[in-house]
Design a protein around this ligand. Structure first.
Ligand code: 0RA
Length: 657
């Protein structure tokens, strides 16, 4: 290289760095945050590129490996990122892809690119946020390699060997200057890779952890695609029909793939994806699917005269009735998706609704004609759902009539607070009358309300809606919250919105704090409450209104000094501190078996005083995991439930992020 050439090279290099420097300055703009989520997003970004190559039909295997040095390696057997000279940039294409922000688009292969959300920011962003990154390409019989450092090049593109294969390997180690956490979590990555393998039938994805002495490997490879995904989601459920209904239309502009199965339960579990992204907020593809499902099933029922109404009864099957016990996945590929909504996970493209509707309608209709026994079972179940819906409406109206009379009909057990601004008010849902009594005495009555729960909380996963609504504790909670219940159905028959429908704007407390004993019964009640909220008022969880109180497990005392310990490690630390301070005096440990053992002042100071308490916010990060977790715990499968209760501690961890 001549003097001037090298100058020019470095000058261009600086220009490159300017682009990626923006990424290093404001990483959150590109990957959401610099914590655990953002860190894992780096891996997803690299894997997404390989999946794109698979979608284009050139790659069948992807592997992800965690290395002992903390780096991660992603390999695919695609065509390999091109290495020829890029005309405008005058650099190898690979280098451009790795060092120029948003260069990926210039190599558009006509596959389904993603826009919006955090996906598709480009592998150069990963490079920018890595202490080092190495790219290796197998192509044209040669192995090419280039090294990078914090987004800049560290070596020229070099041929390092010969090969008969094709493919791309990217290894990188996240930059500790950028990320607050640099440890990749196996389970988190495994969940996403498993999901990708379900969504891309036949694609084999291998995950390996070489960081421990005993390496761990999982191979995700599903010949059944979405049908296998439905089976996985419904592991703990009792299927209404063994065979899974599938509709697949691959060779069109908007490929659509759907898998549907009904189970004996009452809940709806529908996941939707656009270009492999989980559209948590739904969108036009989901609307199209729902309306097609309702119409296809209703037409089938009418045509085959399957609705057997009793005397004086009018059975009118709505979308809601066809969603009871429904587990379904819908996956579409859209060339230019418009993502909307709070979390940019709602598909906005209007044209997709009709397209999906037409494909699904025809597919389900064909399927039912060929599988009449499945059709009959589904209609029978929907008819029962319709009957239950009518009974539930009556129960709901009863609740509405009660609450319409104003605050004088607030439940008698509720000790309300004096403040009327919901944003400042908290409701403690307390297990048992005795703890409820202490909480009432210990609270700050200006903004803390107490609702003791005495009876059994009904299992929202197993109970029919009408039964759920006739349960005392559930009625009390609904009335105390003041936000109504149910409604919001978008079925084709117009829905039945009424003033008793759930309306989060009317929520009387913006913090709902579940306070239960730290024992099996306590965790059971807590889970039942969370199941109810999750299934019937998910808005209060996604709105961040639900919390768990964390009462101390121990009181450690030496003379007049007391320390509360919230776990065993804290207990140990407290004992050590006392021993250090005073070797001779006796240390007493009291283990709290229940909240009721604390007097009002103790309950206030440890668990209720906003200055000193610890609250755990309940969020639903991963809808797939959450629905499985709740099903495992609360569904009708006894073995799964036992297993769940045995590993109960994990439950809180899963929910609270
Ligand atoms: C652009 C063009 C071609 C392949 C790729 C990109 C490609 C990118 C990645 C990222 C990870 N793995 C990848 N594999 C391929 C195809 C060029 C050609 O051979 O025609």
């Amino acid at each position: 290289m001549t003097q001037s050439e090298s100058k020019k090279y470095s000058a261009e290099n600086i220009k490159v760095l300017e682009g990626l420097e923006a990424v290093r300055k404001r990483p959150a703009m590109y990957i959401g945050d610099t914590g655990k989520r953002g860190l894992h997003h780096l891996v997803y970004e690299v894997v997404d590129n390989s999946v794109d190559e698979a979608l284009a039909g050139y790659c069948t295997q992807i592997s992800v490996t965690f290395n002992p040095d903390g780096s991660v390696t992603v390999t695919d057997d695609g065509r390999g990122i091109p290495v020829d000279m890029h005309k405008e940039e005058k650099k190898p294409a690979l280098e451009v892809v790795m060092t120029v922000l948003h260069a990926g688009g210039k190599f558009d292969k006509g596959s389904y690119k993603v826009s919006g959300g955090l996906h598709g920011v480009g592998v150069s962003v990963v490079n920018a946020l890595s202490e080092w990154l190495v790219a290796e390409v197998h192509r044209d019989g040669k192995i090419y390699r280039q090294d990078y450092h914090r987004g800049g090049v560290n070596s020229k593109l070099t041929v390092v060997g010969k090969t008969r294969k094709t493919g791309t390997t990217v290894s990188f180690i996240p930059d500790g200057d950028i990320f607050s956490e640099t440890h990749f979590e196996y389970d988190l990555i495994a969940d996403r890779l498993r999901e990708l393998a379900y969504l891309n039938k036949g694609l084999e994805i291998t995950l390996t952890d070489n960081r421990k002495e005993e390496p761990v490997t999982d191979i995700f490879h599903f010949k059944g695609g979405l049908a296998d995904f439905v089976r996985f989601l419904d592991e703990a459920a009792q299927p209404l029909h063994a065979k899974i209904i599938t509709v697949e239309r691959e060779n069109t502009e908007v490929p659509v793939s759907v898998a549907v199965r009904y189970n004996a339960g009452y809940n709806e579990n529908v996941l939707s994806f656009v270009n492999n992204i989980n559209t948590i907020e739904g969108g036009t593809h989901l609307s199209g699917f729902r309306s097609a499902l309702t119409r296809a099933l209703n037409n089938y029922a009418t045509r085959n005269n399957l609705i057997k109404a009793k005397r004086n009864e009018k059975v009118n099957l709505t979308g809601e009735d066809f969603r009871e016990g429904l587990t379904a996945i819908i996956s579409v590929k859209v060339a230019e998706p418009q993502f909307e909504g709070q979390t940019k996970t709602k598909l906005g493209n209007g044209e997709i609704k009709g397209l999906v509707d037409a494909i699904v309608y025809e597919g389900i209709q064909d399927y039912l004609e060929q599988n009449p026994s499945i059709g009959r079972k589904i209609i029978e179940k929907a008819v029962m759902a319709a009957r239950s819906r009518h009974a539930a409406r009556k129960a709901r109206e009863l609740i509405r009539r009660k609450s319409a009379l104003g605050s004088s009909t607030l439940p008698g057990k509720l000790a309300d607070c004096s403040n009327r601004d919901p944003a400042l008010c908290e409701l403690y849902l307390v297990e048992g009358d005795s703890a409820g009594g202490s909480a009432k005495q210990g609270r700050d009555r200006r903004f803390q309300a107490i609702l003791p729960l005495r009876g059994k909380v009904i299992n929202a996963e197993k109970a029919r809606l009408d039964k759920l609504l006739s349960n005392n504790e559930i009625q009390t909670i609904i009335t105390a919250l003041g936000a109504g219940f149910g409604g919001g159905s978008d079925d084709i028959n117009g829905g039945e919105r009424s003033s008793s429908d759930f309306d989060i704007e009317k929520l009387r407390y913006h913090k709902l704090i579940i306070m239960t004993d730290a024992d099996v019964d306590g965790s059971h009640i807590r889970t039942l409450l969370l199941t109810f909220f999750y299934r019937k008022m998910p808005e209060i969880i996604t709105g961040g209104h639900v919390y768990l109180a964390l009462p101390p497990l121990y009181k450690v005392r030496q003379g007049k000094k007391e320390i509360y310990a919230f776990d065993d490690a804290e207990l140990e630390r407290a004992q050590e501190k006392f021993k250090r301070d005073n070797k001779t005096q006796k240390i007493e440990i009291q283990r709290y078996k229940g909240l009721g053992e604390m007097n009002p002042e103790q309950l206030w100071s440890t668990t209720m005083d906003p200055e000193r308490r610890t609250l755990i916010q309940v969020t639903i990060e991963d809808a797939v995991e959450a629905s499985r977790t709740f099903q495992d715990l609360m569904g009708s499968d006894v073995e799964a439930r036992r297993h769940f209760i045995e590993t109960n501690a994990k439950f809180v961890v899963n929910l609270d992020i």
